[in-house]
Design a protein around this ligand. Structure first.
Ligand code: F0G
Length: 443
């Protein structure tokens, strides 16, 4: 059984901590990773396939825990179901269960891709309606491992829905800090319904996150935002499911909307590990798509105001970040899920871009809405922020970064939880995919 540790990601520091501590940052303030002593055998690919015939074992039904050997920080014998049941948090196996990659013909035409080359992975079909459930299952598992009674998060909506859902199922308390008046009604209602304590913050998501981190630290709460490295571990299953579906033949691109960069970080870590362990021969490039109105990563990575920000072997020029954060201006986009000005995982995000030869682009609100709507025409739904992945693929195909015959997986991160957005979109005939209502008068 492989051992696991927490290790600082800074090359000049590399401090280590026990896996049952909450050292999400080292004492110098750098982020930590969960690392494993031994490389898992590639023979596990067969085990993962075999587990798809779950035989009633809920950890095999789960699209997260089916891959448990690749993030075995609980250090249980993964074949011993009783040992798994004592440790793992799961909503009866529903996390990551119906979230595969699909060809969507109309979406693919919209993106300008050749037929059969693009897949969109429906992470919105998770039990709480977003990709967050992948990482929340593992984060709450760790919370239980360290004896936490109350989990805490800041959220633009989906994190709070996911945290509330698992907390309710585990009988834990859950505090969610939200930017007052700025989250989609469907997300807010989930948090209430799951019994979470809403804490409104006058400000934006970045303000809510600093407040929640402060309160968790001083008040003994356990943080489940993606600054928690155990969240990152569970989110690795998003690329695992895509890769397994593609028979471990890595695609050319994996495309995500970018907010706090938890997804970018976890995809990067998953790919670094799989490559090092000899599970994949080629590394897909990550493309991160920001909203034009919340473009921190794009601005800095693409050098909009000076030297481009890079990982630089782990010695990131944080002066560039401080200077950027000192500028005026707050993030503003209709895609509230990614209305984030200070991506908390920027360092791990840069590492992921560096390892994969990644790119960062921006798309407008109108482009996201069109992409969201064309996904709907394939019989799937997603929220506006998820539309960034498809709109981003389209943009990168148009500028020649992505080739039409590249193999591309775009991640649809969340399901529609702001239904009035679609109603408004379709009632405006000027919108590209609008299908306005007919009026038959009094009838
Ligand atoms: N897509 C959706 C639907 C999201 O809810 C989020 C983040 C993102 C993309 C961005 O992902 O942070 O990993 O880069 N939502 C967070 C929340 C911030 O609180 O629900 P990221």
């Amino acid at each position: 059984m492989a051992g696991a540790r927490l290790k600082c990601i800074h090359p000049d520091c590399s401090l280590e901590y026990s896996v049952d501590s909450v050292a999400f940052r080292c004492e110098k303030g750098h982020p930590t990773d969960v690392i494993y002593d031994r490389a898992p055998s590639t023979g596990l690919k067969e085990t993962f396939y075999a587990r798809q015939n779950h035989r009633g074992n809920i950890f095999n039904v789960s699209g997260v825990w089916r891959f448990r050997d690749l993030f075995n920080f609980c250090q249980v014998d993964t074949e011993d179901i009783d040992a798994c049941a004592i440790r793992f948090v799961s909503l009866d196996g529903s996390e990551g269960r119906q979230t595969g990659p699909y060809h969507m013909k109309q979406a693919s035409e919209f993106a300008g891709m050749d037929e059969g080359c693009m897949w969109l992975q429906t992470e919105g079909y998770n039990p709480s309606g977003s990709f967050k459930d992948n990482g929340m299952a593992t984060a709450v598992t760790h919370a239980r491992m360290v004896g936490a009674k109350r989990i805490v998060c800041a959220s633009t909506g989906n994190t709070s829905a996911s945290a509330g859902m698992f907390a309710a199922n585990e009988g834990m308390d859950c505090d969610v800090y939200i930017p007052a008046g700025q989250i989609a009604p469907g997300k807010l209602s989930q948090a209430y319904q799951f019994g979470a304590q809403i804490v409104e913050v006058d400000g934006n998501f970045d303000d809510a996150l600093s407040q929640s981190l402060h309160d968790a630290q001083t008040g003994g709460g356990y943080t489940v935002n993606s600054v928690n490295p155990f969240r990152i571990e569970g989110q690795k299953t998003i690329p695992y499911r895509a890769l397994e579906y593609l028979e471990w033949e890595a695609p050319d691109w994996i495309v995500y909307p970018g907010g706090a960069l938890g997804n970018t970080s976890s995809c990067g870590k998953a790919l670094m590990e799989l490559y090092e362990w000899g599970w994949i021969k080629k590394v897909p490039r990550i493309a991160v798509i920001n909203a034009e109105g919340a473009s921190t990563l794009s601005d800095m990575y693409n050098g909009r105001y000076g030297a481009p920000l890079r990982w630089n072997g782990g010695r990131v020029d944080t002066g560039i970040i401080d200077e950027y954060y000192g500028r005026d201006g707050r993030p503003a986009t209709g895609a509230t899920a990614i209305q984030i000005g200070r991506p908390a995982n920027i360092l791990k995000g840069l590492r992921a871009l560096d390892f994969t030869g990644g790119v960062v682009a921006t798309v407008s609100d109108a482009e996201m809405l069109d992409a969201m709507s064309v996904v709907g025409l394939n019989g799937f739904d997603c929220e506006m922020a998820s539309g960034a992945a498809l709109a981003g693929i389209r943009k990168l195909v148009r500028d020649g970064t992505i080739m039409r015959d590249d193999r591309v997986v775009g991640i649809l991160t969340g399901r529609q939880k702001d239904p009035m957005l679609s109603v408004e979109y379709h009632n405006n005939p000027a919108n590209r995919f609008a299908h306005p209502p007919k009026n038959r008068g009094k009838g």
